[in-house]
Design a protein around this ligand. Structure first.
Ligand code: R5P
Length: 304
């Protein structure tokens, strides 16, 4: 097996190759003077099982093209199988036309990826709100969504020093992650209801207007992505009003961009009253304390 990392997956690829005792592939990634990507692998891939680890969390447009170029080159090189891990999937949040005149972005991206003819795509805590399963969009390539939430919840349980916590999800979609985190920590969970007005503006209320069952407990808020931080900051307001003790936030993809270039989502979240923020290295960040390398390595081990 040869394991490659795209330009944001190199560390993960090295860690996974190391865990599995597999070969780390040599992938050259540069740019032409006009900004176009140049990629070239330097291994014999013919008849080899090849794995590509390629998170698309930051600069997604560029990383999407890079993904297409790498997969296409490996396919042309007659790899026996091409399995890709795309922990943060570019355009997954645009899974619907929200306004007239918009493209069906995720549908388009899925169609292009499907045409590559690769063998398997794994995602991690993929944001799918209006589509039940990625197979509804990527119809000809097998896909599977993995989760880093058990590892994040275990990290929180072991490191956050929580007293009698409850897990909260900031919106309806987060119930799946809140449930798993609560089971892992061994406590109850509840979700809140979110209304989104724009990419950075949301409001959050309690379910059916009922008080959050917090009552002085420590709180763990779990979500798949923290992007602008707006969701977490709005959720924290309610959690504080409900009389929370310590507030800890966990997410799989710490994109952590502010609302403007000079705004820090992480600083704003800490400033809102959160004690600890923890994410994974699906998007390398100051709070990527949990590595998805073990989820990827375990998946490859179980399928070899
Ligand atoms: C859906 O909206 C997602 O699950 C996250 O809640 C969202 O991506 C967070 O974005 P932001 O940090 O910009 O509120």
């Amino acid at each position: 097996m040869i394991i490659y990392g795209g330009s944001t997956g190199q560390v993960l690829a090295a860690q996974v190759a190391n865990k599995l005792g597999a070969k780390l592939g040599k992938l050259e990634i540069t740019k032409f003077p006009d900004g176009e990507k140049y990629i070239r692998y330097h291994d014999k891939v013919e008849n080899e099982d090849v794995v590509l680890i390629h998170p698309m969390g930051l600069t997604p447009d560029e990383l999407f093209i890079e993904y297409l170029l790498i997969c296409s080159a490996l396919k042309d090189g007659k790899a026996k199988s091409i399995v890709t891990f795309v922990p943060y999937f570019a355009y997954a949040r645009q899974d619907s036309r929200f306004n007239p005149g918009e493209p069906g972005s995720f549908h388009l991206v899925s169609k292009i990826i499907d045409d590559l003819g690769i063998d398997m795509i794994y995602t991690i805590d993929l944001h799918l709100q209006r589509v039940n399963d990625l197979s509804e969009l990527i119809k000809n390539t097998p896909t599977k969504n993995l989760s880093a939430v058990p590892d994040i919840a275990t990290w929180i349980k072991n490191n956050a020093g929580l007293n009698n916590p409850i897990v909260l999800g900031p919106d309806e979609e987060s119930e799946q992650w809140a449930k798993v985190a609560a089971e892992t920590i061994g406590v109850d969970y509840e979700i809140m209801i979110k209304t989104r007005y724009s990419a950075t503006e949301v409001s959050i209320t309690t379910k059916e207007g009922k008080p959050l069952p917090v009552n002085g407990k420590d709180v763990v808020i779990i979500d798949d992505i923290i992007s602008s931080g707006g969701t977490i900051i709005e959720a924290v307001k309610l959690v504080k009003e409900a009389g929370a003790g310590k507030i800890v936030v966990g997410c799989t993809h710490p994109v952590l961009r502010g609302k403007t270039q000079f705004d820090s989502a992480l600083a704003n979240i800490y400033n809102s009253g959160v004690s600890i923020v923890v994410g994974t290295d699906s998007v390398p960040s100051q709070v990527s304390y949990v590595s998805i390398a073990s989820v990827i390595a375990k998946t490859l081990q179980n399928n070899s």
